[in-house]
Structure formats: C-alpha cells, structure tokens
Ligand binder design. Sequence first.
Ligand SMILES: [Cu+2]
Length: 123
Amino acid sequence: MKTRMIIAILSLGLFTAWPTTATPPYTAIIIDSGSPYFVPRSATVSSGSPIRWDNPTATEHTITHLGCFEDGNACAFDSGIVLPSGSFTLPGLAPGHYPYLCRIHPIMHGVITVTDTFVPSQL
Ligand SMILES: [Cu+2]
C-alpha cells in the first residue's frame, strides 16, 4: 500500500515537471561574430511559429527587416539593440520572404522564409 502511494506521488512529479522540460517549439538562430553571422543564415519556418535569435557574442547587434529601411508600413520586425548574452524572439510571421540585417554591422544579413506548410523547428 505504501509503495503504491509513493509511485503515485512520483508519477505526479513527472507530470508536473513535463512542461518545463519539453523542447521549446521555436526556431533558434545563433548570432556569430564571423561569417555567416547568422546561423543558419537562411531559415524556413511555418507561419505563426516563433523565431528566436540568441546573441552569444561580446557585441551588440540588431535583427532588422530590410522593409524597415523603406517605409514604416513595410517594417515586419526590428529587434532594437540585442545585448551580449541577450536574445530576441518573434512570436511568428505571416507567410513571406523576410531578408534582414544588423543595423550596426550591415555586413551581417540573413533571411527568413515563412511558409503555410508545417516545418519542424530547427533545434
Ligand atoms: Cu551586428
């Protein structure tokens, strides 16, 4: 009887621990100080799926959609300054092609392609 109760408590612990240990459903892009600067430089995600840029470098960067340099309405995302050890997460984008760059280092550029079809997150 006592053993059964212990098992019940243990399995309850497993269930409550599940959400925190689950793999986050986002596409991760790592900022790098050297070429290609964004890893992967070209990422394909499904619409509405979160995208997260991590900055492990010692420098500040931005993730700025090229549309932001045209007019306000064409700007899909602009992270502002992403500090060293910081990150920037986009909750999701509508289907389309989104070239972006770093405002501080315009040599750094990448592209996000958002599709209507399901794409497993690239972790
Ligand atoms: Cu930069």
